[in-house]
Design a protein around this ligand. Sequence first.
Ligand code: AMP
Ligand code: ZN
Ligand code: FE
Ligand code: FE
Length: 280
Amino acid sequence: MRVDLHTHSSASDGTQPPEVLVAAARDAGLDVVALTDHDTTAGWAAARAAALALGTTLVLGTEMSTRYDHRSVHLLCYLQDPGDAALVAELETIRTARLGRAREMVDKIAADLPITWDDVQAQVEDGASVGRPHIADALVAAGVVPDRSAAFADLLHGRGPYYVPHYAPSTDHAIALVLAAGGVPVLAHPGAADRGRVLADAAFDELAAAGLVGIEVHHRDHDAAQVRRLGAIAERLGLLVTGSSDYHGEGKPNLLGENLTDPAVLAQIAERGTTEVVRP
Ligand code: AMP
Ligand code: ZN
Ligand code: FE
Ligand code: FE
């Protein structure tokens, strides 16, 4: 059974609508795919309808923006109650912060390069979580860079000249919100070297104590040493191990199914989550 637990649609910064993403997952030979858009559940309904129509098993979730020690940390959240008031309010706050931050970045970029806020908005689906990839798309449309990766290599890089951070809750608070919403919190790519400092060992102890359930160990941004290290940490702390593609459609080289999760781990996530896995 091929299980990929981390993908993005155009409800955030993926390039495909949720129903196209689910079809792509089926065509890629996946048996199970999770939709985990940044800070939103806006794609859930379309993804669920597509999964039922196409016969693909679907895990609904969200990739939440959080902060640990001033560092941006992504927290995957699976099978939460999408109507949980506290979590809904926090996600809305983060999305609003993303919007203000994108405008600030575009203001800075516009001083040097030919893009406007309207150009960026033209790249964002109605109601989607706005991110740097949408600014990248506007830069591509303006002919400034050939693709998203080129934009991230320099102009949009976290240590680049135009970067602006945005509000995000602390990782332990986010874990508490996710658990209270009946969701299953799993740290996304915590060993990705390009996102600033790799999360230190002590952080995993603290987050496990806060209720973290799993670690995304198998991810293209992890080298072999990080995979070994994170696997050992998960074992030591009794955390689940997941693997996934972090697919964004055509926006990123990541391919559906390039990393996979053990079906037994999926069963444990399904067992803990409040929302049922969509099984056609
Ligand atoms: P933001 O959430 O606005 O800070 O933008 C970061 C997001 O951009 C990440 O979560 C990825 O989804 C995406 N991203 C990062 N690097 C790249 C890249 N090289 N090419 C395309 N998308 C990227
Ligand atoms: Zn993304
Ligand atoms: Fe991420
Ligand atoms: Fe992601």
